[in-house]
Design a protein around this ligand. Structure first.
Ligand code: ATP
Ligand code: BTN
Length: 330
């Protein structure tokens, strides 16, 4: 695709004139200009300086299918594996693929999202070619009941992958966050998981599993995120985006296959071993109330257990938020 060819020239972060790009691609300057306008319409951050040409603000490693495959990306597990320069949300793309594809698995990765989403419609900041944003469409034949604990299983797959790649100190926060402790009471958010469902909730349903993982979070990003956030690079990792994506998706497929047949129970112990909030005093914010307790890990269904004044209680992942209680508070 012409867009991809042009962005590959610009990926070095250096200035390229319309004329040079035109001759590299064998098209006219006017045609290049049209393509550049398309990139700008996708919100890809292009700088243009008169007399010098166009450039991206920095050099980037673009995602490419052959590079992913070189690093072990499991293309054979999916009916389609697509990479897009810009999408509103990779979850939206997979939800629309789900309308016509009932029994196949699909994956889409995007270099940026213009409307990346967290839970409850919150925004997921998704700048161009610095982090990972992808969604997997995965059919489950046993209905909605069988997917309890799925977001925990997905978190574990990401944690395993990061650990294997030498990223230190990665923990899991119930029910859908990947975090790093580093000094902040609630930890700094490294990634998040957004699971959405479609199909028949009592029979065969399809699940869209969206993963956002920060590889390089810069000060200008932090200004737009209303909580602590961090990227793999900031933790000292210098990793290839293609290598990282391939490794994460491999671990994800392995965990999803096990989860599909055996559910969450076999993963319970490992999840608890990586629980960033284990033993901490927390408050759980429910839709119309709040409860305090000590985090006591998850049970075999993946429900959060809190040791409260009234004994051990278990909670479903739903419209709830978990926060550490600061010293002297509560
Ligand atoms: P909860 O405990 O309720 O899940 P949350 O605040 O983590 O709380 P989510 O909906 O899971 O909420 O995630 C969305 C939130 O994540 C946003 O409101 C924002 O604070 C934060 N956020 C957005 N983009 C990023 C990003 N790229 N990296 C880290 N955090 C982000
Ligand atoms: C959260 O912490 O609330 C979940 C964040 C999930 C973000 C990912 S990025 C890829 C996929 N597409 C989206 O719009 N959201 C998820």
């Amino acid at each position: 695709m012409m867009n991809h060819a042009l962005i590959e020239i610009l990926a070095d972060g250096l200035f390229h004139s319309g004329e040079d790009m035109g001759s590299s691609l064998g098209i006219s300057r006017a045609a290049i200009w049209k393509q550049l306008q398309k990139l700008e319409a996708m919100n890809i951050p292009l700088h243009s300086v008169k007399g010098k040409g166009y450039r991206l603000p920095e050099a980037v490693e673009l995602l490419k299918l052959d590079a992913l495959q070189d690093h072990g990306f499991p293309s054979d597990k999916f009916a389609t594996s697509n990479i897009e320069l810009s999408l509103d949300s990779t979850n939206n793309r997979m939800m629309s693929v789900a309308e016509t594809n009932i029994s196949d698995r699909h994956i889409v990765l995007a270099e940026m999202q213009t409307a990346g989403r967290g839970r409850r419609g919150r925004q997921w900041l998704s700048p161009f070619a610095r982090n990972l944003y992808f969604s997997v469409l995965w059919p489950f034949s046993q209905g909605i009941a069988a997917i309890q604990g799925l977001s925990l299983a997905v978190g574990l797959a990401i944690q395993r992958s990061l650990k294997e790649q030498g990223v230190p100190g990665v923990g899991l926060k119930w029910p859908n966050d990947i975090l790093v402790n580093g000094g902040h009471a609630d930890g700094a958010k490294l990634g998040g998981i957004l699971i959405e469902l479609t199909g028949d909730m009592s029979d065969a349903c399809q699940v869209v599993i969206g993963v956002g993982l920060n590889l390089d979070i810069q000060p200008k990003d932090l200004a737009q995120i209303d909580q602590q956030a961090v990227g793999v690079k900031q933790l000292g990792g210098q990793l290839s985006r293609n290598a990282m994506a391939a490794n994460i998706v491999s671990h994800l497929c392995e965990v999803l296959e096990q989860f599909s047949s055996e559910g969450f129970a076999p993963l319970q112990q490992e999840w608890n071993d990586n629980d960033a909030f284990r033993g901490k005093k927390v408050r759980l914010i429910l839709p119309s109330s709040e409860i305090q307790g000590i985090c006591a890990g998850v049970n075999e269904k993946g429900e959060l257990q809190l040791q409260t004044d009234e004994g051990l209680k278990a909670f479903n992942a739903g419209e709830v938020s978990l926060r550490v209680v600061a010293e002297g508070e509560g």
